[in-house]
Each structure stands twice: as structure tokens, then as C-alpha cells.
Design a protein around this ligand. Sequence first.
Ligand SMILES: [Zn+2]
Length: 277
Amino acid sequence: MLLYCPLCDDISPAEVCNYKKVLVRCNSCGIIFVPRMSGCNDNHDFYRQSATSPFNYYSRNLAASEKNSQYLFSIISRFAQPGKVLDIGCSTGIFMQCAEKHGFEAEGLEIDPNCVRMCNEKFGLKVHNKSVEESEFDKNRFDLINLGDVIEHFVKPLPAMRKIQTWLKPGGIVSISTPDIKSVAARWFQIKPDEHLTYFNSTTLSSILEKAGFKVIYKAPFDPWRDLFSLRYSTTMNLFPLLPGIINFLSQAIGSENFLFRLPFHENLIMIAQVPE
Ligand SMILES: [Zn+2]
């Protein structure tokens, strides 16, 4: 069948993916994605209404987000000197706070208005309630742009990454984390066709960054921290009917609402790439 491929950024022949029948694989470039026609609509209303990844989940998951941000920053700071950072899909602003502690001046983009309110009012962060497509920044404005668990949500990721590239200075850095579809944990927990539209691995994530004008300078697997009990509010629960009951039972048995864990299955990829000088 002929479908819009998010890596070819064009109509390409694709076939149903053998391990998940809701997904297809492009015959030209090999990327895995949710099938859609060329004139696909943007999906911003999902996020404006907290209909997919709900605000409740992120607002109860701050401790895990903080651990993940600190870990990401320990890697990013090897490549980026303090300067201006943009966090795209900044959610509750935890990465931005971490960046400010490291001497960066942080701005954020976020579509979910509940998250924007929390960032602006509770944390005093500078967050714009806009998507990448709706945003216009001056060229060469930022030293660092971060996309944490975001690129898989983009309707058209290649044009978005090309736009983001122009916002960075020459030598500027983009840092990305996204589920790695080669990982069994990503296949269990991250196949959510309403919100995750493109499923990257190391090869296809490198390809999209190179097509957008970046040079990949670092890649590694990443086992993200999670809060067991905040999973109750995650859309992952829809995938496993017995899990909410198990989590409620564990919550009462442990007697705490915070229990951080991570699975050693390399669920995510981290990639850092640079705009040529
Ligand atoms: Zn393709």
C-alpha cells in the first residue's frame, strides 16, 4: 500500500509490520509508523485536552522525571556549554529546572495548557503554549534544544526537525530521547497508535537527524526511571487490563505512593547531534 512515510517525508510503499499489525514499515527506508494518508491532520487537540498522555500522570511523576532529567543532563553537559536552551514538549518543566541549575537560560514549548499553567505559575518558568509548527523563533537563537519523549508524537517529524535545526546556532546541540522499537520493553509499553505515530531505532533516528542537517555525535540506550503508582494515570494502563488492580494492591502493601523503578531493557534511545559549524 502507498502511505505517507515520516522519514521519507513522502508517499512510499509500505507493508504491515509482522509483530504489531496496527503498524506498518516503509519499504524504502525501513521506519515503522502508524499508517495515515498524506493529508493527515495535526493531532494537537489530543494534547490540549489531556486526552492522550494525561496531565495527572506527569504531575504525579515529578520524582522520576527529575532523576531522568539529571541523568540526561550528565550526558548533555559533556557536549553543550551553558547558554540558551529550548525544551520542546517540556511537560511539567522538570528538565528546564535542571537546565537552569546547570547555568542555562531556559524556555519551553508545551501544547497541554495544564502543564503550561503549572510551569508558569508554580515554577516561574517561561513556557509558550504552542507546538513546533505554531512557533517562530529567530534563526540561531538557541545553544541547546531538547526533545524528551517528543519526536515519536510528531505528525511530520522531518519538517519539524528541519525547523528546529534553524533555531540552533552553528555548533548548537539537539538532544533526543525516544522509545527504541528494537527493545522488547518499548514493544510492550510504548505502542500507542493514538499518540506515538513513529517508532524509531538507532538507524532511523540517525537518518532523520542527518536528513534535517545534523551530525550525530553520541548515541546510547537509556533505561528511564518510572514511578510505579503514577502509572495508574498513564495510557499504558489501557494496554494491560490487570495492571491497575495489581498496582493498587502493591500501593497498599508498600504503604507509599512513590516507588521508583526502572527496567533493564533499554526501552529508550538517547541521541545527541550537532549543527555543523
Ligand atoms: Zn520511508
